[in-house]
Design a protein around this ligand. Structure first.
Ligand code: NAP
Length: 310
């Protein structure tokens, strides 16, 4: 740890903590991984605590906690950390419901700490250039396809099939976070069809229809039954050509010509942004993607499809 680096704790050492957060913190000069909270042992060589309450009591010097557990247990951890005066980063989706995220936003504001509800897809290399290109265009059609094999990406993750786990919206909300960050038109969901395996509490597929109050054609399809290559793509037709983001926003095409992109990449850029928020005593909490998911559950037709077994 350098004299000026900020000690940070990671809470919930699962797939995303290991794949992305640990390397991103290691590569960021402003932060040092000082402790973990993990029921399964944590990270070799890093002090571990069994519960967030133990961490908060033992390490008052750790001013930032980054919460990487599934959405349902996140509110309790976030509210405890805020009550203890810590700055908090939330993995996406920032909570299991819209209301609890708004409560966290208020708690953080009242406590004078930073709350960053991260949406990693908004930090994809293509996100900012796409937003800039679209800013002065008239959008005529939007099509989102987010299709992957759940057995490949979520093996053995039971929580995604439980209430609050969001099912196919766990990846689908990444698409919604990216779309709502780049689109110059504000959308609201009008119809949805959600396919629930008969033995599961969350959907395996979803078709969504959006409106902006005009005749804009805006649809999204999320599917966890994809075989072969993953598809994480947003296509936006405008009066001045077509924009296409592929690979979750890592690649950008305008009228089928690929644009060169540069930047830090998703998780390094998330930690850069957290550094900026801390410096400015600011928070960044946008519930828009979660509102669309909530509306899909509220307005959607629920279909029962064949059972899913891991
Ligand atoms: P995961 O591998 O299942 O790990 C979650 C970790 O959280 C567990 O290993 C556990 O850590 C801890 N945990 C605490 N309470 C838990 C509970 N009630 N049930 C299960 N785990 C609990 O999940 P993940 O894939 O890392 O996803 C975590 C969050 O990151 C989700 O919100 C997800 O949407 C988001 N995310 C995931 C990915 C991805 O590619 N997997 C990508 C981007 C974002 P300990 O064993 O250390 O206690």
């Amino acid at each position: 740890m350098t004299d000026t680096s900020i000690p940070i704790a990671l809470v919930g050492i699962g797939k995303i903590a290991r794949d992305q957060h640990i390397p991103a913190i290691a590569g960021h000069p402003q932060f040092t991984l000082a402790a973990t909270v993990s029921s399964s042992g944590g990270v070799d060589g890093v002090e571990n605590h069994a519960t967030i309450h133990d961490l908060l009591a033992a390490r008052p010097d750790i001013t930032v906690v980054s919460l990487c557990m599934p959405p349902v247990p996140r509110f309790a951890a976030a509210s405890a950390a805020i009550a203890a005066g810590r700055h908090v980063m939330l993995e996406k989706p920032p909570g299991a419901s819209v209301a609890e995220v708004l409560t966290l936003e208020k708690l953080a504001r009242d406590a004078g700490v930073t709350l960053f509800a991260t949406w990693h897809s908004r930090h994809a290399l293509g996100a900012a250039p796409a937003r800039e290109w679209l800013a002065d265009k008239h959008v005529t059609r939007i099509r989102v396809d987010w299709k992957e094999d759940v057995r490949k990406w979520h093996p053995g993750q039971d929580w995604i099939w439980e209430p609050g786990g969001m099912g196919v919206f766990d990846p689908g909300i990444n698409a919604l976070s990216l779309l709502t960050a780049i689109s110059p038109v504000r959308l609201h969901l009008t119809e949805a069809e959600l396919s629930f395996p008969e033995n599961r509490a969350t959907p395996i597929a979803a078709e969504l229809l959006f409106s902006n109050g005009t005749d804009l054609n805006a649809t999204a399809g999320f599917d966890w039954r994809q075989q072969g290559d993953d598809i994480w793509q947003i296509e936006i037709d405008t009066d001045q050509g077509q924009l296409r983001l592929t690979e979750g926003g890592a690649r950008l095409f305008i009228d089928d010509v690929e644009r060169e992109l540069d930047g830090l990449g998703e998780y390094p850029d998330i930690y850069r942004h957290m550094g900026d928020l801390l410096q400015n005593n600011a928070s960044d909490v946008d519930v828009t993607p979660l509102v669309h998911v909530s509306d899909a559950y509220m307005l959607g037709r629920h279909l029962t499809v064949e059972p899913f077994h891991d």
